[in-house]
Design a protein around this ligand. Structure first.
Ligand SMILES: [Zn+2]
Length: 126
């Protein structure tokens, strides 16, 4: 079986990277790893994973249909982590829609509850 490199741009095989989080074998041990696994979840259209890792207090702002449309409408090119602190991760997500390439630049807040990290909120750069 060919080795599939993880979509989070870690350079590691998927099976040794975000797959262990997507399959819920283990919880991402840091906000950065949760962030990476959410990016690759967008690339792989794992909407339930995105939903489950969104903080329960923030889920009313989202719905799975919009998440799925956003995930599928774009081709996810690469992820660049700009900086990662304990509960804040700044990143650039590169994606393509049609012939046009875009960068989503965000500084995200994460919260940990009962050993589990959640995406809480984000500030966007334009
Ligand atoms: Zn990964």
């Amino acid at each position: 079986m060919p080795t599939i490199t993880c979509a989070c741009t870690s350079g590691k095989p998927y099976a040794q990277c975000c797959e262990v989080y997507h399959s819920k074998k283990i919880l991402p041990p840091s906000a950065e790893l949760l962030m990476r696994s959410r990016y690759s979840a967008y690339a792989l259209h794992l909407i339930d994973y995105l939903w489950d890792t969104t903080h329960p207090a923030k889920r009313h702002l989202y719905n799975k249909i919009d998440m799925a449309q956003w995930a599928k409408a774009n081709h996810w090119l690469k992820l660049e982590i700009i900086s990662a602190e304990k509960n804040v991760v700044e990143f650039k997500a590169f994606y393509q829609k049609g012939l046009q390439q875009y960068v989503h630049h965000e500084r995200s807040q994460f919260k940990k509850e009962k050993e589990q990290w959640y995406y809480f909120s984000g500030d966007y750069f334009h």
